[in-house]
Design a binder for this molecule. Structure first.
Ligand code: NAD
Length: 298
């Protein structure tokens, strides 16, 4: 495909190189011209502006820091929208706001251009090795049209749903990754201050059910998605006891544990609502009730 690539940073740089390697013809642009050196050496053409990148392209992609840069490059003066040929597709590989991507979708649709949100996950190693997960929102036909270009950067390319669905999926993924890291920090500071070596804690966590991926392979699809809280594998009242013991250690040792304390309050609410004899997973219904939505498979 003839592809215009804007944003050759930590992620965009290797992704663009992999598109060239897969046989696509690239025109590239970045605020920092030096970032394009490996691509120009590999046969890509340089353009002096986002608008110039789009000339004769079937696909234009951006990999930019965030909503501000994406709006500027796509809708601003000399932006993608000013010159992109009718019938081309614009795919944003950045982690962007779902509302911004839907706004772009509408603005480009008025010119006969499909916009896809196509954020990626897998970090710099995934970008280098073309093993990224790519989550795509927008029209399915546009997705099928540009899939060969996405296959050049990832081996887990998925159509998620309408415009913005890819961006939402990416935010769900990153929120889990970011908050889980803080939760690990909380638990490990408590464990280390209580006298256990971090290496030993890591081994135990890796060997246990959590480390074996039980939450994603069992808890979510088999229990939460089915609303299946009556088949008790670990009673909620026991989970509340364990969490209480952990926060007690935190209090004894002066280890602040804000996340565990919030979750403990949810477990108290679950007990107060008569869920003690249900499976511990039933505590998710406390959050479901707050959010006014159920997490059930469709
Ligand atoms: P980066 O800062 O390394 O790259 C951004 C590039 O965009 C830079 O080369 C910069 O010069 C260029 N740029 C900025 N403003 C521009 C403009 N107005 N016109 C042209 N070029 C411009 O960032 P990154 O780590 O490559 O991340 C890119 C996107 O991918 C972000 O949205 C990020 O959230 C997402 N992401 C990053 C990772 C990661 O591990 N780094 C993983 C997945 C997704």
């Amino acid at each position: 495909m003839r592809i215009g690539f804007i944003g050759l940073g930590n992620m965009g740089g290797p992704m663009a190189l992999n598109m060239i390697k897969a046989g696509h013809s690239l025109t590239v642009y970045d605020l920092r011209r030096a970032a394009a050196e490996p691509h120009l050496a590999a046969g890509a053409r340089w353009a002096d502006s986002p608008a110039q990148v789009t000339a004769e392209c079937e696909l234009v992609v951006t990999s930019l820091p965030g909503p501000k840069e994406i709006e500027e490059v796509s809708l601003g003066e000399g932006g993608i929208i000013s010159k992109i040929p009718r019938g081309a597709v614009y795919a944003d590989l950045s982690t962007n706001s779902p509302s911004v991507i839907r706004r772009l979708h509408a603005a480009f649709a008025a010119k006969g251009i499909e916009v896809l949100d196509a954020p990626v996950s897998g970090g710099i190693p995934g970008a280098r090795n073309a093993t990224l997960a790519v989550m795509v929102g927008g029209s399915r036909a546009a997705f099928e049209k540009i899939k060969p270009a996405l296959d050049a950067i990832g081996d887990k390319v998925s159509y998620i749903g309408e415009s913005g669905a890819g961006a939402v999926a990416k935010l769900v993924h990153n929120m889990i990754a970011i908050c889980s890291t803080q939760l690990l920090a909380e638990a490990f500071t408590m464990g280390v201050k209580a006298g256990v070596a971090p290496e030993s804690l890591l081994k135990v966590v890796q060997d246990g059910a959590y480390g074996q991926g039980m939450l994603l392979s069992g808890t979510m699809p088999k229990m939460v998605f089915r609303g299946n809280f009556d088949r008790v594998t670990f009673a909620l009242k026991l989970a509340r006891k364990d969490l209480g013991l952990a926060t007690e250690v935190g209090r004894e040792l002066n280890v602040p544990m804000p996340l565990a304390s919030i979750v403990e309050q949810d477990f108290l609410a679950a007990l107060a609502n008569g869920l003690g004899e249900k499976d511990s997973t039933a505590a998710v219904t406390i959050q479901e009730n707050r959010a006014g939505v159920k997490i059930r498979a469709q």
